[in-house]
Design a protein around this ligand. Structure first.
Ligand SMILES: [Ca+2]
Ligand SMILES: [Ca+2]
Length: 213
């Protein structure tokens, strides 16, 4: 009888111990998410950050350059301009990336943003993750294209469903079907083109771009 009692006591103590450990783990996980700078998530998986824009300047978090590109610099009716925004941002401090685009032109029009991946090995990563929202005042497209460029292949994916509040987008890397080799990645590109966009002129905000395992 006494033996049985001890066994029960032991089991209860063990269970309480386990619950405590879980609580601590949960708390640590939460803090990592809030800080968002941590490379280790709650489950011990890593994220490779491209950029959080929080320095408000170049380079990106991989040490690479970034900028905007235009189909035709001579055509002043179209183009894309980037800036760092300290007011509309994801998170409590720092900046977001603001892209103002215009593909309303009598000519074929496309433009966008690029950021260098500096030969990063993304073989172990499963998704491309970022936060985005449209600019209510200027108007915005709910659709745009993301392109990833590797050493040999590049591939495009159309992002849909952008709205006027911050939203997380999680794109499985398997959606970038043409890329077979992720070992030495070159570039992340956003494209606004006059056929894909739902609004030919406007502004969108992007923040916290990273690749998750
Ligand atoms: Ca930011
Ligand atoms: Ca225009």
């Amino acid at each position: 009888m006494l033996k049985k009692f001890f066994v029960i006591c032991l089991a209860v103590t063990f269970l309480i111990g386990c619950a405590d450990t879980k609580e601590v783990k949960k708390e640590v996980g939460k803090k990592a998410m809030v800080a968002n700078k941590a490379t280790k998530g709650a489950q011990g998986s890593s994220s490779i950050f491209l950029d959080d824009f929080d320095t408000g300047e170049k380079p990106n978090k991989m040490g690479g350059d970034s900028g905007t590109w235009n189909k035709d610099a001579e055509d002043l009716t179209q183009g894309c301009v980037m800036s760092f925004d300290g007011i509309t941002r994801y998170g409590e401090k720092g900046f977001s990336l603001k892209l103002d685009y215009d593909v309303d032109s009598p000519n074929a029009a496309y433009c966008g943003y690029w950021s260098k991946l500096e030969g990063k090995n993304l073989s172990k990563c499963k998704s491309l993750v970022f936060y985005a929202k449209g600019d209510d005042t200027e108007g915005y497209t709910t659709k745009f294209t993301i392109e990833l460029k590797g050493a040999k292949q590049s591939s495009k994916y159309t992002v849909t469903g952008l709205n006027n509040s911050w939203k997380i987008f999680r794109i499985p890397l398997s959606e970038f079907k043409e890329i077979k080799d992720w070992a030495s990645m070159k570039e992340f590109v956003i494209t606004f083109d006059d056929i894909t966009v739902t609004n030919k002129q406007g502004g969108i905000y992007i923040d916290e771009i990273y690749f998750s395992e």
